[in-house]
Design a protein around this ligand. Sequence first.
Ligand code: AMP
Ligand code: MG
Length: 320
Amino acid sequence: MIQQEIELPKPLDQLTATELERKACIGKVMTYTLKSLTDTFVNKGFQWLLPVALSQSTDPLWPDPGASIEKRIEVDIYGKPVRTTASMIIHKLVASSTAYPKLFILSPNIRIEKAERAKTGKHIYEFTQLDFEMCNAESKDVFSLVEDAICILIKDLKREMNSELSQLCRCESIQVPKVPFKIYDRAELEAKYGLDWEAGIAEETTEPVWITNIPREFYDFEDFKTGKWDNYDLFLPQFGEVLSGAKREYEYTKILSKIERDQVKKDNYSLVLKMAKDGRLKPTAGAGIGMERLVGWISGVKHIAECQPFPRVPGSVQEL
Ligand code: AMP
Ligand code: MG
């Protein structure tokens, strides 16, 4: 990936008056975006769950070609080891299979990214996902839901946040996308652009696009016959990945064999394995949208930590 030298976002107390104005403007875009997306999900019958911060079971983030974790946080409480939430994927599988068939969570995730990722402008060590899951759904259902949510958001933003968008010089560059978004297979992109296909497609596309078939964690659906993965990322033009998701595995033997193949610690996933064994895990599909990335793209920031009141830039810890 070509990385330009970028100035890292500063804490609030060090911003000039002009920088504070810009910060406030991005803050308004964030508020509007949160309101629009949560309204869309609630209007479509999703239940809004509150997040958890500590659990025995969290996302293994492995194997994922994009993962670069410097440190995993584990502490003991009440005599048991718990981890800070890397994502609520496991909670989503259980919740959407039981009491909450259509759910979403504004979920704070902690991922201590390697310090060198400060310069990508796309990584922070604490971020928030709008994480959602639907029972008895497939990839196509997620595609149309997300396309709808993004088109509503951008159409309304352009009408109601026109002065903020023009202050951020984003009136022209942000347009309501054409639906349905194009779908590319990761294998085709790799053949065209090589291993740095992510940068290739992000630079070339002028519209949001779906990318499917990305080998990664055990919970994404893999067709053992064809070797294809029924999962997806959403890429934004001139930006890159903003969402990852999948149709999920729910069959016990597949989940077990993938956990063993990936050498992921089985003990951390005993509840989900037990539910799958008892036939209580349902076929679901979902995704997580990185809020700082989405608002960063809309606002045209150089670094997504500009969208955070208290920037979480990899490699540096501020007092607040
Ligand atoms: P993942 O399933 O790991 O791809 O995470 C879901 C979404 O969260 C991604 O598509 C990004 O939008 C966002 N995300 C993941 N890692 C980070 C990070 N370190 N900083 C900011 N956003 C992130
Ligand atoms: Mg991803």
